[in-house]
Ligand binder design. Sequence first.
Ligand code: IMP
Ligand code: MG
Length: 179
Amino acid sequence: MTMTWNGYTFDILIDEARLQARIKELGQQISADYAGQRLLLLCILKGGVLFLTDLMRNLSIPHEIDFLAVSSYGKEIRESTGVVRILKDLDEPIEGIHVLIVEDIIDTGHTLTYITNILQARRPASLKICTLLDKTERRRVEIPVDYVGFPIPDKFVFGYGLDLDEKFRNLPYIAVMTE
Ligand code: IMP
Ligand code: MG
């Protein structure tokens, strides 16, 4: 199904039902894996927000949340450079806490490599990564990913938290630009 909006043409890559079904599975898996532990979901703003809230609703264990905002690259530039700036740091220390990073997408891996290096220095009990989308072909730096929603091809995607030039984050599905 091809759609157009203000001159943009796009297709649905992952529809709402598939997204929600997979997030439910991830929620069950994470609930089992972290049972009895103090768990902090660490959402990377802004793209991870919709995923975070749906994942929370599918967790059956107590958990806390916190947010980290970084700029991986500027508006209208679509490849990250490895130069990452922290725009908003965590509210609380994470020492001794099991931290699960909730991210929208891993592309080159530069952003998460930078973030995990900073967070490891704060001595969490554990530090794992949960990403909704994984563009495995695009990886430039090796990074262990513990939970993946969907591996996706090397195409620019948006919707469900991810933006196309700061727009379309509200779409309930993952869309892909058509050539
Ligand atoms: P990395 O440092 O290359 O892994 O970039 C990760 C970040 O780039 C993600 O958190 C997204 O914010 C952004 N990004 C990468 N690919 C896409 C895409 O296809 N659509 C929207 N944002 C993307
Ligand atoms: Mg992001």
